[in-house]
Structures are given as structure tokens and as C-alpha cells.
Ligand binder design. Sequence first.
Ligand code: ATP
Length: 255
Amino acid sequence: MLEVRDIHVSYGPVEAIRGVSLDITPGEIVALLGANGAGKSTTLRAIAGVTPPSSGTIMFEEHALHGLSPHRATSNGLVLLPEGRELFAQMSVLDNLRIGYWTKRKDKAQYHQQIDTMMSHFPILGERKDQAAGTLSGGEQQMLAVARALMPAPRLLLVDELSLGLAPMIVNELYEILRNVNADLGTSMLIVEQFVHMALENSNRAYVLSKGEVVMSGSSAELLSDDSIIATYLGGEATGSTEPEPPRRRRRVER
Ligand code: ATP
């Protein structure tokens, strides 16, 4: 479904991504892990067309995405849920959802179906549909951000730091909803998450980035069962860690 090959991204003199390759097959939830500054957000932004790679290729369902604008990427069935939600605080829940449907606005019949689908997966948004987004709790705002990203019915959702600023219980609830969406709608997902255990428990496979390179990949169950991986590549228990020294050898768990 998604085939990323050897992409490089630089911010001026800073080479943030150095030859990242990864794959996602239909229906998979894949986690992208790594310490702060490893290049996770940059990888998501590169796939979504926000920060185009200077070299390498990104194929999505056999269409080349590299060089396309974020708008074109969304039209192709891929949506980025950025870190920090970016809701329209003064606008109602319903209007935020409507904006999420913008790229598909000509398909009016499908719009109502999508609203119904979102209300069934996020019942609290139905209860709050006329409320201004800015008055929702942090967890509800994140639910709205996820629902808005799902409005155009993407086949691949890129999720950056779902847990940002939220209590673990709320994050668990959000991941449960994402898993249900994945099971019911077949939406594939690439998730960047600082809580490593939570990411591995809610994904099929994972890639670990260090200093802009993939240093490990494997099934989430395998990665979860090896504590040394978290200690070596993720600087201990995942939160607030900074980029560790690069490992001397690459190790591949799967394939
Ligand atoms: P975090 O978990 O802290 O968000 P990350 O793994 O998502 O980290 P990125 O945000 O992709 O990492 O950053 C990768 C590298 O690129 C870092 O060294 C960062 O300082 C640098 N970087 C990111 N965005 C910019 C920017 N807009 N301008 C310059 N350098 C940047």
C-alpha cells in the first residue's frame, strides 16, 4: 500500500532523515518509534507532502506521492493527523468535521454517511456537535481531531503523537477507538507515539528510528517482548528521552 524508499529530508544544514525506507500493507497499523529528534515527525510529514524529501521515492497504491502537495496526497486517500490537533477552536464540532470533508465536498451523499460513521465511533462528538471545539476537554478535542482526519475516509491515516498532553487513560481510550476504526473501516495507520509500550500494544509492526535512520523493524509483539530494545534504542522508558548514541550494529528482528 505504501512503499517508502530511501528518502532524505534536510532542514537547511540539518539532515533529519537519512535514507529511510518502510512499507505498509493494507489494513496494517504500523508504529514509528524513536527518541526525541530521531526524525519520526519528519518522516510522516515527508509522506504527507508537507516536507518533501530531497531524494528517494514514496509510492502509495502505485501512485508516486513524492513531489505532490499535501492536498493532492489527501485526494489520493492519505491523511496526516498532525501533532497538536490544529482544530478551529471557535467553530462547532460539526463545522470542524465538515472542514475535514473539504477535499470530498462534491460528494454530498457520502458526507452524511461519514458524519454518521464518526458519530458512531465517537458518540461524545454527537452529544457535543454544536459546541465550540475550543470548549471541549483535551481528550474530546483529540477525538475530534481524529474524527476530522477520518472524514474524507482515508485509506491510510498518519498519526503524530496522539497522546500529546493527555492522561494515559484517555490515550488508551483513543487507541481503542483507532483499533475499532481499523477493524471496521479497514483504515491502515502509521502512528508516531512517545509511549512505546502503548504504540507496540496497538500496532502490528514497528520501525525504530535513530538519528534519521531505521535501525530496527519487526512485529510489535516481538519488539515488545525484548526489553533491551527499548533500553538500547529508545533511551529507557520512552517518555521524554533524548536521542541516544547510535547503536554499533543494526539489528533486524523480522524477515
Ligand atoms: P520528537 O519526538 O521530539 O518530535 P522526532 O523524532 O519527531 O522528535 P523530528 O521532529 O522529525 O524528530 O526532527 C528530526 C530532526 O530535525 C531534529 O534534529 C530536529 O531538531 C530537526 N528539525 C525538525 N524540524 C525542523 C525545522 N523546522 N527546522 C530545522 N530543524 C528541524
